[in-house]
Design a protein around this ligand. Structure first.
Ligand code: GAL
Length: 349
């Protein structure tokens, strides 16, 4: 549940009391904390599901500790200047810590300066800022995953399918003709996933030929449009759709269905995220696999870090924290593994 207003609206009020002031008091035990979050786009499937998990962990933590945890989630609606203003509001409202899903991952300067001036720690997540920016103040953190890992796993899934199912090589030329559906330009997960998935297929002994690519910004509807165009251009030459995420893989499938192409003639479609809808498509055979982007693990890690920063500040007790970064591993899920797969949850938190 994400609100659009710039001024704080309580999206999730887990407690009855609002706090004043930022940061824990040494003299008095902390009774309530306030966490402000801004997401780049509330309609992004993966980020939305991560926020649902975050709220669930916050409720759980509140029950365990007896400390009231207020979580407020803002939607930056794709505007960095809106997000910068939201940070001002969160600070005015007394947030102890701020979690930022940057709109423009190359432009965190205003947020960092505002937070430092007010001594409010910032946890960036999912959209990775460059190392130099993360090093600009000692109260900046990042929670996410290693983009290249997901690319390698996606490439392995495609290579395994190509070796095991000869019908995927429709024209029997021994070459996997593919197209790529890419996420946003400049996002670490677009650039790196594409590069590593293709290189991994090659390393696994698959000859590949790129027919084309299109940018669909993580978005299912955009991917459907782009897939329609590529189907027009390349038709049944397409043997593989490498999508940078599940929503775009599903958009490609929407296009195949809308054009009444029988499932037996579809190209192999592979994605990343393991969202609920993505996993379902792997289970029902529409996708050959996906790579689980551990939204529960990332949400739990972010909550633990935010809670610690707002209470005793003893972040060294968080064992997954490496320097100022927490990265959760991806999990490869082939069609065979999808049925039995359950998300790892928040082990260790
Ligand atoms: C990626 C994820 C995409 C999208 C993007 C937004 O990690 O795989 O589906 O959510 O983050 O930044």
């Amino acid at each position: 549940m994400i609100m659009k207003k710039r001024r704080v609206l309580a999206a999730v009020m887990l407690g009855m009391l609002l706090i004043t002031g930022c940061g824990p008091s040494k003299e008095q035990p902390v009774k309530n904390i306030k966490i402000g979050i801004s997401v780049y786009d509330q309609y992004d499937t993966f980020v939305g599901q991560m926020m649902t998990a975050f709220n669930a962990y916050a409720t759980q933590k509140q029950e365990e500790t007896g400390i009231t945890i207020n979580v407020e989630i803002y939607n930056a609606s794709g505007s960095q200047s809106t997000q910068n203003e939201q940070v001002e509001s969160m600070i005015e409202e007394g947030c102890n810590v701020i979690c930022i899903n940057l709109v423009d991952r190359t432009d965190p300067t205003t947020i960092i300066d505002t937070a430092e001036k007010n001594n409010v720690p910032v946890i960036f997540f999912n959209r990775e800022l460059v190392e130099e920016d993360l090093g600009r103040w000692d109260k900046l953190y990042y929670v996410g995953a290693e983009a290249f890992e997901s690319g390698i796993m996606e490439g392995e899934l495609a290579a395994e399918a190509f070796h095991e199912q000869e019908e995927l090589d429709k024209n029997r030329d021994g070459i996997f003709q593919y197209i790529v559906l890419e996420g946003e330009v400049g996002h670490q997960d677009s650039i790196v996933r594409t590069e590593y998935s293709v290189n991994t297929m090659i390393q696994k002994g698959v000859s590949v030929e790129k027919l084309g690519y299109a940018i669909a910004n993580w978005n299912r509807a955009q991917a459907q449009t782009k897939m329609n165009q590529m189907l027009e251009q390349y038709g049944s030459q397409i043997e593989l759709v490498l999508a940078n995420n599940d929503d775009m893989a599903l958009g490609a499938i929407d296009a195949l269905k809308a054009q009444n192409i029988p499932q037996g003639d579809w190209p192999a479609v592979v994605g990343i995220d393991g969202t609920d809808v993505g996993l379902e498509a792997v289970r029902n055979g529409e996708m050959i696999g996906t790579v689980y982007n551990d939204k529960e693990g990332q949400a739990a890690a972010m909550l633990e870090l935010a809670y610690t920063l707002s209470t005793d500040g003893a972040v060294s007790s968080i064992d997954k924290l490496n320097g100022n970064t927490i990265r959760l591993p991806y999990i490869k899920i082939s069609a065979k593994e999808a049925e039995a797969f359950t998300p790892p949850g928040a082990e260790g938190y």
